[in-house]
Design a protein around this ligand. Structure first.
Ligand code: SF4
Length: 434
């Protein structure tokens, strides 16, 4: 038996970096320590039910796949991308940052459109941050300082299971030695989730009325009186109470999830929430942070912003980067039926995109860089299996607070299987040769 310490869990945006992996004498993972149930499952079953170890190809989507070598699959991928009029490159949120940089380079080379899974989760957050600003801090500061924590439209008990024990609610910090007893928890959610059950104040907002509730809180904060008994289904008394708690915090943090980004008003909800946090900073120190889902969804937005100036939905078809979500977002382009080739990497849009977009994906040549059988792999023409980042290859990922974390390699990938970054580098090289 062998133990590897301080491994980073490549599952959710919390990126816990204290995981212990237990390997047997043959180098197989037989156990973990410190990981939550999801993180444990990620390591124990990282190969999934079906693990691809050789590239697969088929010309017609009704045909069966045939095994080919990497050279053949990469050459055909390069040909499809180079000959295409409007190629799409999408995904990236479950791989490391070097692969992100290669994907963006590839998009520029072929005049395509590149984006990541934030389109269907925190995309509205990142464009609100560009509009209004980003009052952020690190998770370490939350752990050590926060005495008021808000979870708005997120349920970390299920989606980020160690967030509350490591950083936000139960964690014992330098100025919060008693952990939970030193913190007040406010949850805003239409449902009585397991996180809401722990709350000191639960604002049970009506679905799609988040904007109204934020506006009411800002009005109360500025000294206005609410002229109604309820706003967005929340009793006025409870709104006054929550605002008073926030105003009197020594250090507060608002964590928000897709319940806020994907409900009515979308990025305007986040604009308004940022303004609420700015207003609160007239009284105390308050910050705001998106609860990022995929472990490196944030990394793509960071890398894409350094390279192109924009966080996602970047269109290189005119030879320079353009960003216009709705016009240059891959979901919308697929729904309008405009693309003629798509390369998907480290994500499963076949399982998450609107049906109309998936139907169109099924019609065009689709290349999938994917280690497992997935809904997207099922409708692909080419499957290029990569090594799994954070298990079979190292790299960098960005935690939800923007802190870069080094992913460890625990074991070698199956013979001949290449990391995502190397597959993309080889596609780029082949296109340059063409
Ligand atoms: Fe992994 Fe997230 Fe669980 Fe931490 S909270 S162990 S990062 S799944």
């Amino acid at each position: 038996m062998k133990e590897i310490k301080n491994v980073v869990c490549p599952f959710c945006g919390t990126l816990c970096d204290d995981i212990v992996i237990i390997l047997d004498d043959d180098g197989h993972i037989v156990g973990t320590r410190h990981a939550c149930r999801i993180g444990n499952a990620k390591f124990m079953h990282f190969e999934g039910a079906v693990r691809y170890t050789e590239p697969l190809m088929r010309e017609n989507k009704k045909d069966d796949f045939k095994k080919v070598d990497y050279d053949t699959a990469i050459e055909e991928t390069a040909r499809l991308l180079a000959e295409s009029t409007l190629p799409l490159i999408y995904g990236f949120s479950a791989t490391e940052c070097h692969a992100h940089a290669c994907g963006i380079e590839l998009a520029e080379l072929i005049g395509g459109i590149v984006s990541n899974t934030a389109e269907v989760c925190h995309g509205p957050s990142v464009w609100a941050l560009q509009d209004v600003g980003y009052p952020i801090c690190t998770l370490g500061e939350v752990k050590n300082r926060a005495d008021v924590v808000i979870f708005w439209g997120s349920n970390p008990m299920h989606a980020h299971p160690r967030h509350m024990s490591r950083y936000s609610i139960f964690a014992r910090g330098f100025f919060r030695e008693r952990g939970r007893e030193d913190r007040t928890l406010i949850v805003v959610d239409p449902r009585e989730t397991d996180t809401a059950k722990l709350a000191d104040i639960h604002l049970q907002v009506e679905p799609h009325k988040d904007y109204e509730l934020v506006s009411a809180m800002r009005a109360v904060l500025k000294g206005f009186e609410l002229q109604v008994d309820k706003v967005a289904g929340v009793p006025a008394d409870l709104i006054y109470e929550a605002v008073e708690v926030c105003k009197n915090a020594q250090f507060g943090e608002l964590f928000f999830g897709m319940g806020m980004t994907q409900s009515g008003c979308k990025h305007r909800n986040i604009d308004n929430a940022i303004q609420l946090v700015i207003d609160l900073n007239a009284y105390t120190k308050f910050g705001l942070m998106p609860m990022r889902g995929h472990y490196n969804v944030n990394g793509f937005n960071q890398v894409c912003t350094w390279i192109t100036g924009f966080p996602l939905c970047v269109d290189f078809s005119r030879g320079y980067p353009r960003f216009n979500p709705g016009d240059t977002s891959i979901t919308d382009i697929l729904m309008r039926g405009e693309a003629d080739v798509m390369l998907n990497i480290a994500s499963d849009p076949g399982a998450h995109f609107p049906q109309k977009a998936v139907d169109y994906m099924a019609k065009i040549p689709l290349i999938c860089i994917e280690p497992h059988n997935s809904a997207t792999a099922e409708i692909s023409n080419i499957i290029l299996p990569p090594a799994i980042a954070g298990v079979e290859t190292d790299g960098t990922a960005y935690r939800m607070d923007g802190v870069p974390v080094h992913l460890k390699k625990i074991m070698d990938p199956p013979d001949g299987v290449l990391p995502d970054r190397e597959i993309l580098e080889r596609i780029i090289k082949k296109i340059r040769e063409m």
